[in-house]
Design a protein around this ligand. Structure first.
Ligand SMILES: [Zn+2]
Ligand SMILES: [Zn+2]
Length: 451
């Protein structure tokens, strides 16, 4: 249990399960009695389950913690870090960190962990998530949301009251998978550095004065609902309606993570929340007005740093596959071959139109897949932008089977909580960070936990 009356230190998993890692230390570090460590060091998982350290200093240890002699001045460069694992923008980078580095030998290899004070971590998250050119009210709102999410995970992570089981069960000719991904997967550290938790790249790039100017005035401030820190989620683009928490994760009550219309009044001409398949399909295949619909290009460039510009059409999008390609993707992702795909049908949707369960009928086997991230994972080589989609197909003249599947979708990400593009549009229109947080987290109030 962490104490939130003062600034906590958190542990961030940078790399897991590698055979070796290389770092360069700038400044003087120490490790368990060894003083004066600096320069290049390599860590290799040794046969006996420990770690062999090679370079300017050589030693063996079951676990290594490199502590800086001066937090502000010392730097750790970690070479060849893979970011965006499994996503369409996966790539390798060199990254620079402040704080301590902890290296432990896990079952699958070395885990490299950064120990860093929470507020410094946040400056990096805000820098990584959003370009420094963003409006300061947006950056402040994001700092509060990221801090709230993190503290809610650290406090409540081990006492979740999910009423629903994850499962994978087979019956008749059907395999049903109901799965979601939460940070309980991490046992050796608090959060990972990827989008699974929050994207964290140390102080490598875009570590900006404006991110720090946004974080510092909000120091210690979180969103609370009935005296509990909000589990404040966020995603890139809600698609016009945010989604309920339970559509993406377990059925735990989160009244402030309900579905809201992401606009000033109402989109006009739609029955909200979306109740049936027909209304959901009409919503997804049309362009209702909303904050996140059609932001000005200059705004989009600011919200999506560098590599994310590959993905501009996030409000409404289209992806199509040949039937064979889709079959192969499903097999590679789920390890199950459905055979020739006959149909893809929605079984259950959330309030934003995001699919919670989808049925893939194949000639060999029927697969029922949920929840939203598992659906996105199963139907794309990386991940589909969102699970708010409708599927149509073209039939082959020769065989009569579907030859091509077309996915028309809305939004990017799980859509729960703050919509980053919508929030940017709100800030650009002069709305305050308090107003932005309260728009996406209904009933939440801001509170400063520590100075
Ligand atoms: Zn994670
Ligand atoms: Zn939105």
């Amino acid at each position: 249990m962490i104490d939130t009356n003062s600034e906590p230190e958190i542990s961030v998993g940078l790399i897991t399960g590698v055979e070796s890692a290389k770092v360069t230390l700038s400044g003087i570090f120490s490790s368990a009695g060894l003083q004066g460590l600096t320069g290049n060091l390599s860590f290799v998982a040794s046969q006996n389950g420990g770690i062999s350290v090679q370079g300017a200093s050589e030693f063996q240890a079951p676990e290594v913690i490199l502590a800086p002699s001066d937090f502000e001045r010392c730097r750790i460069t970690l070479h060849d870090v893979t970011i965006g694992v499994g996503f369409h923008w996966e790539r390798k980078e060199e990254q620079i960190f402040q704080g301590s580095l902890r290296i432990i030998a896990g079952e699958k290899g070395l885990n490299i962990i950064n120990l860093v004070p929470l507020e410094a971590y946040l400056v990096s998250v805000i820098s990584s998530e959003m370009s420094a050119a963003n409006h300061s009210e947006l950056l402040k709102a994001h700092a509060i949301v990221s801090r709230s999410w993190l503290l809610a995970q650290l406090i409540g992570g081990d006492k979740r009251s999910g009423t629903e089981e994850q499962y994978s069960k087979a019956y008749d000719n059907t395999l049903e998978i109901n799965r979601w991904y939460s940070r309980e997967n991490h046992s050796d550290f608090d959060v990972c550095a990827d989008d699974h938790c929050q994207r964290y790249q140390g102080i490598s790039k875009a570590f900006s004065a404006s991110a720090s100017e946004a974080v510092v005035p909000t120091r210690g401030i979180v969103a609370e609902y009935l005296d509990q820190i909000c589990d404040a989620r966020y995603s890139k683009c809600c698609g016009g309606l945010t989604e309920r928490y339970s559509a993406a994760w377990e059925n735990k009550p989160a009244p402030y993570l309900t579905s809201i219309y992401d606009g000033a009044d109402s989109p006009g001409g739609y029955e909200l929340p979306l109740r049936d398949e027909k209304e959901s399909a009409r919503w997804i295949t049309s362009l209702p007005r909303a904050y996140c619909n059609d932001p000005p290009p200059y705004l989009l460039e600011r919200i999506l740093p560098g590599f994310d510009l590959e993905t501009r059409d996030s409000y409404r999008w289209v992806v199509s596959y040949s039937s064979d390609e889709l079959r192969e993707i499903i097999f590679s992702k789920l390890g199950e071959d459905p055979g020739i795909i006959l149909a893809i049908e929605p079984l259950e949707r959330g309030a934003s139109g995001r699919l919670i369960r989808v049925k893939i009928s194949g000639q060999k086997r029927t697969l029922i897949v949920g929840k939203e991230l598992e659906i996105r994972r199963a139907l794309s080589r990386s991940h589909l932008y969102s699970s708010a989609f409708v599927v149509s197909h073209e039939e082959s003249q020769h065989t009569g089977y579907p030859e091509r599947f077309i996915f028309k979708g809305a939004g990017w990400g799980h859509g729960v909580g703050l919509c980053q593009i919508g929030a940017a549009v709100m800030a650009d229109a002069g709305q305050s960070h308090e107003r932005i947080v309260e728009h996406y987290f209904r009933g939440a109030k801001l509170k400063r936990l520590y100075d």
